[in-house]
Design a protein around this ligand. Structure first.
Ligand code: CTP
Length: 405
């Protein structure tokens, strides 16, 4: 079988030589296509010597003075003669171009003309990897059915520590040889009940009180859970987000409505994640008409709303229950207090006073406080990546709790 190996311009480009060899050892014929910037990192001769085949380099290298029709359509030939396109390292730039169909060099035009299996092994700086633009592009590429070999975590060439290092070339070759890199389906058989967004508590016919919350974290949790094979019920307060595909969404406004929707689905649920920012107080007897501005001063009498999380905590049985704690101070003490008082298995705690994360942002940075006593800091990352870590930990926690019983 023939593999077109696209090499992007990154420090990891030298590892593609090992990948080419590892693919050949597994019986593949390897045709290397290098981008112009890849040539800054590794010589085409290295690949030519390793594979014993012509290496395609740079821009339309065929568009030289003796260009013929056959050389001008060489990218079509490469696209047709290879069954698998592997791109390693796939730089942030290449991911963006593939996602949006930009085709300004040999590799990107080959990609567009290619109809076979595509395997992408990204490598880049951690911040570039975590950037919402890159994560959005990955989402598009995954939805297109492409296989992504996630980068490893570690010390990067730039000195940063985090995800971004090209996956081990031997592992990439193994995955290519093994057939399709299936997305993880480790939540299959689970019913995950998620709450998201704020609640809105009417004060009269036109006014309400609410909490700051975009709902992005809860929606990211729902997308992640459904991608990993779960049945997902999302109880959502008022937010400006599109309903995630494959998720059963129940729209509510008030804490009382949210409680009802949650209780209606509690029986089916095996995991519950309460990321909603529920209003703690409401006006129980809110007038149905608009209150006129007649008084010089006014004060509001508010009653507590039902504490949904605490109620689930009392009824949960062996369901896994995860609450959230958004704090401005004493993060860990508050998280631990909520974990105990609401009988949760885990609290996802975040300091909402930090800039660039939390509320409206696409990124977050949290600490997972667990019933086992463990405290796990999760570095700043996209909300989708944080959602992934939360489910990883929930699965691990369930095993740990079962083992200790
Ligand atoms: N929560 C809930 N029902 C409420 C209030 C909160 O289910 N009426 C849940 C939230 O969804 C979140 C967790 O409880 O998962 C923590 O919410 P928070 O408001 O921080 O907790 P409180 O116990 O209200 O503590 P605080 O005094 O800090 O407001």
């Amino acid at each position: 079988m023939n593999v077109a190996l696209g090499v992007g311009g990154g420090i990891a480009a030298y590892k593609s030589a090992e990948l080419a060899r590892a693919l050949m050892e597994r019986g593949f014929t390897v045709n290397v296509v290098m981008t112009a910037s890849a040539e800054e990192f590794i010589r085409p001769l290295t690949f030519a010597a390793l594979t014993g085949r012509k290496v395609i380099t740079g821009l339309f290298s065929a568009a030289s003075s003796e260009a013929t029709l056959s050389s001008a359509i060489e990218h079509i030939r490469v696209a047709q003669e290879n069954q698998i396109l592997v791109v390693a390292p796939a730089t942030a730039d290449l991911l963006a171009k593939f996602a949006h169909g930009l085709a300004d060099d040999f590799l990107t035009t080959t990609y567009l003309a290619f109809t076979g299996r595509v395997v992408l092994a990204p490598a880049m700086n951690t911040n570039m990897w975590n950037h919402p633009a890159t994560q959005e592009n990955l989402k598009i590429l995954r939805a297109r059915g492409h296989e992504i070999v996630e980068p490893d975590e570690g010390v990067l060439a730039c000195g940063m520590v985090g995800p971004g290092r090209l996956a081990d070339p031997q592992r990439i070759a193994e995955l290519v040889a093994a057939g399709k890199v299936e997305p993880r389906r480790d939540l299959e058989g689970e019913t995950v009940l998620i709450t998201a967004g704020p609640t809105q508590e009417p004060l009269d016919a036109v006014r309400y009180i609410t909490n700051r919350s975009s709902g992005k974290m809860g929606y990211a949790l729902a997308e992640e859970a459904v991608a990993r094979g779960a049945r997902v019920v999302l109880v959502s307060g008022p937010v400006n987000l599109a309903e995630p595909r494959g998720v059963e969404v129940i729209h509510v406004l008030t804490a009382i409505e949210m409680r009802q929707a949650v209780m209606d689905h509690l029986n089916d649920a095996t995991m519950i994640v309460k990321s909603a920012a529920v209003a703690d107080y409401h006006r129980a007897d809110a007038p149905k008409h608009k209150v006129k501005k007649t008084a010089a001063r006014m004060s509001l009498e508010l009653d507590p709303t039902p504490d949904i999380l605490a109620e689930i905590g009392r009824k949960k049985g062996d369901r896994l229950l995860v609450g959230f704690a958004a704090e401005t101070e004493n993060l860990l003490e508050e998280a631990r207090r909520k974990l105990e008082s609401k009988n949760c298995d885990m609290i996802v705690a975040n300091l909402v006073s930090q800039e660039g994360i939390g509320f409206d942002s696409d990124e977050n940075e949290v600490v997972l406080v667990e019933r086992t006593g463990e405290t796990i800091p999760v570095r700043r990352a996209s909300k989708r990546a944080i959602a992934g870590r939360i489910f990883d930990e929930m699965i691990r926690l369930r095993l740990a709790l079962h083992a200790s019983q």
